[in-house]
Design a protein around this ligand. Structure first.
Ligand SMILES: C[S@@+](CC[C@H](N)C(=O)[O-])C[C@H]1O[C@@H](n2cnc3c(N)ncnc32)[C@H](O)[C@@H]1O
Length: 201
């Protein structure tokens, strides 16, 4: 969300997904001032071995080093970068074809319903009262929980800001509220009648 051309220097530990990584690199490059420095690294088995090529594909000159199973690339932002808008569009929040939902690469199971989620949704009893979806993702389980008219409120909570942004678009219901938060740090007081969760393992 940084203004384009506003940053002198960026350091990134790049994410493993190809589309997510290109999006992250593109967002950082867009935020940099011309002449600004991008320092990016990744484990070689999680995108690091492709990092240099991916940066060169933006038309950049890349200085690359290897250390401790990681690759580190340093680039200086030129005036013109090739394919920046395309990488941002490919990795951004969008309506996913076939899923009928908003999501974004990097969000858990971003373009499908996870088999565990589907299993849980299939056996979920009709719920009632006040509830929370812990680790709501883009909102798949919440949508199932809200089918019950006896649900009076539902808190959708996720640590991933992108998941919350997607869930806000997918779950339009006056009974819901959204929290970008780590569930481990939430206050323990308050009454809930139920929790739904496909937890991270
Ligand atoms: C297995 S996914 C399930 C997502 C969604 N409920 C679904 O069924 O598609 C677990 C979710 O928990 C979130 N998460 C992981 N650790 C968390 C934490 N400490 N606090 C809140 N959310 C967390 C992840 O970002 C992810 O969206």
């Amino acid at each position: 969300d940084l203004a384009p051309g506003s940053v002198d220097e960026a350091m990134i530990y790049a994410p493993p997904g190809v589309v997510e990584r290109r999006y992250t690199l593109a967002m950082a490059l867009r935020a940099l001032k011309v002449g600004g420095r991008l320092d990016v690294m990744a484990h070689k088995s999680k995108g690091g071995s492709r990092l240099g090529k991916e940066l060169k594909d933006f038309g950049l000159e890349v200085g690359e080093t290897a250390k401790a199973h990681h690759r580190r690339c340093i680039v200086t932002r030129p005036e013109v970068i090739e394919g920046l808008d395309a990488a941002i569009a490919a990795g951004g929040l969008r309506q996913v074809e076939g899923l009928d939902a908003w999501s974004q690469p990097g969000v858990f199971a971003w373009d499908r319903v996870d088999p565990g989620t589907a299993l849980l949704a299939g056996v979920m009893p009709p719920l009632k009262g006040a509830g929370a979806d812990l680790g709501c993702g883009f909102g798949a389980l919440s949508l199932v929980a809200l089918r019950s008219p006896a649900v009076t409120s539902l808190r959708l909570i996720d640590i991933d800001r992108r998941a919350i942004a997607a869930a806000k678009k997918n779950v339009e219901d006056p009974r819901v509220s959204f929290e970008w938060a780590d569930v481990r740090t939430l206050p323990t007081e308050g009454d809930l009648n139920f929790i739904v969760s496909n937890p991270p393992f």
